[in-house]
Design a protein around this ligand. Structure first.
Ligand code: ZN
Length: 80
C-alpha cells in the first residue's frame, strides 16, 4: 500500500491526500482529479492524481527502538 501525496501549489508543502492505494490500482486514474483540503494554506485544491506521488504506507507503525545490550560493564578500564 502507498499513500498518495500532493504538493501544495501555493506553499509547496506535502499534503497527505488520505488516499491509500496501490500504484497499479490507480494507474488507470491518473487523469482523475481529487479534492484535497490543504492543511498548509487552508484551501481546497483539485489536483490530478498524476501530479501526486506515492510514499510507502508504513509510517503508522511506531518505530521500534532496538535496545542496545549493555556489553559487560566495568571491564573496560584497566586498574593499575
Ligand atoms: Zn495549499
Amino acid at each position: 500500500m502507498h499513500s498518495l501525496i500532493f504538493d501544495c501549489p501555493r506553499t509547496g508543502q506535502a499534503i497527505d491526500s488520505a488516499i491509500n492505494t496501490d500504484i497499479e490500482a490507480i494507474a488507470g486514474f491518473c487523469d482523475l482529479r481529487v479534492d484535497v483540503t490543504c492543511p498548509h494554506c487552508g484551501r481546497q485544491h483539485r489536483l490530478p492524481i498524476k501530479r501526486g506521488y506515492f510514499v510507502p504506507f508504513a509510517s503508522t507503525a511506531p518505530a521500534r527502538q532496538l535496545r542496545q545490550p549493555h556489553a559487560s560493564e566495568a571491564t573496560n578500564h584497566s586498574p593499575r
